[in-house]
Design a protein around this ligand. Structure first.
Ligand code: DOR
Ligand code: ZN
Length: 350
């Protein structure tokens, strides 16, 4: 058998799903992403949400203003879909050079989603314009019906929302984000080139046992929630399959320690501190490290019709310990994913 490589040089990856927050929190986390990824699709679930091209431009400027000097990074902005969004906003988004997608949060599905969509039928004119202009819809794929078991919400969403959406708008480009189930993988794989899917590192590395390992583990709680091992294996098989419909989206979602370690803790895993290394570990676990470059650096750019990056990063097989905390807010740190644990790949150049 060939020895596994001890170094891996790949074209610089992009992150096709990222939460940067705003203000001092954003300033604390931005370098983790910008040190690894060339570009990132930046989620619009701020308070209040980013619903207009003007707001997206202002948010973009705030991001660039706190980018450490010497770092190159391109934030790819998104708009937050509401039932009140006029189709003319899509014209403006499409004409802009910096808005690349519209995000669909079912109202109440997750963090800052209250202003999201209750009935997608009320967005028909907007979706029609997106279909026409080729602006992708990024989908948080979970129903919010409290009578549906939390572990079934993605599968039910596919049947009750996504399949009808595909039927009504067959040309609409869409990304099923942070896929967590076999049903999600199988849905994306069965569709034409208009449909893609992102996979997070935490859903590739952990199953739902990690939520309760020796006690409640709030830092492993995210939405959609981790699923059982058979689903994780299916996700990892899709990520390492070389199928260009599946690409990297960390869903790195920072929350202050005090809001995670609480009686009602926030959903979200912060993974940007090891945003590419965690994927390397997941791919390596099934002997598929050579599949990382396509997934991390090519297929997302191809889906969005953007040029691939041209510079490279180097990863080295070396063990390091993830710190217990990282700076976030002046009086409240964050706890990174796998805090205190060992990780087996390290980024060499930045
Ligand atoms: O776990 C999550 N956290 N899932 C989401 O969909 C949103 C995110 C956040 O913004 O914290
Ligand atoms: Zn997200």
């Amino acid at each position: 058998m060939q020895n596994p490589p001890s170094q891996l040089k790949i074209i610089r990856p992009d992150d096709w799903h990222l939460h940067l927050r705003d203000g001092p929190a954003m300033a604390s986390v931005l370098a983790d992403t910008a040190g690894r990824f060339g570009r990132a699709i930046v989620m619009p679930n701020l308070k209040p949400p980013v619903t207009t091209v003007l707001q997206a431009e202002a948010y973009r400027q705030r991001i660039l203003a706190v980018l450490p000097s010497g770092m190159r990074f391109e934030p790819l902005m998104t708009l937050y879909l509401t039932e009140a969004m006029p189709a003319s906003e899509i014209d403006a988004a499409s004409a802009s050079e910096f808005v690349h997608a519209v995000k669909f949060y079912p109202a109440g599905a997750t963090t800052n989603s209250a202003a999201g969509v209750s009935n997608l039928k009320n967005c028909s004119a907007t979706l029609e314009r997106m279909e026409k202009l080729g602006l992708p819809l990024l989908v948080h794929g979970e129903v919010t019906d409290q009578s549906v078991d939390i572990f079934d919400r993605e599968a039910v969403f596919i049947d009750t929302v996504l399949i009808p959406l595909r039927r009504d708008f067959p040309g609409l480009k869409l990304v099923l984000e942070h896929i967590t189930t076999r049903q999600g993988i199988d849905f994306v794989a069965s569709q034409d080139a208009a449909v893609g899917g992102t996979l997070t590192a935490h859903h590739l590395l952990l199953n739902r046992n990690a939520l309760f390992a020796g006690g409640v583990r709030p830092h492993n709680f995210c939405l959609p929630v981790l699923k059982r091992e058979s689903h994780r294996k299916h996700l990892l098989a899709a990520a390492t399959s070389g199928n260009p419909k599946f690409f990297l989206g960390t869903d790195s979602a920072p929350h202050a320690k005090s809001t995670k370690e609480a009686a009602c803790g926030c959903a979200g895993c912060y993974t940007a501190h090891a945003g590419i290394e965690l994927y390397a570990q997941a791919f390596d676990s099934v002997g598929a490290i050579e599949k990382l470059e396509g997934f991390a650096s090519f297929y997302g750019a191809d889906f969005y019709g953007l040029p691939r990056n041209t510079d490279q990063i180097t990863l080295e097989r070396a063990t390091w310990q993830i710190p217990a905390t990282a700076h976030y807010l002046p009086d409240d740190p964050l706890v990174p994913f796998m805090a205190g644990e060992l990780i087996t790949w390290r980024l060499l150049n930045r």
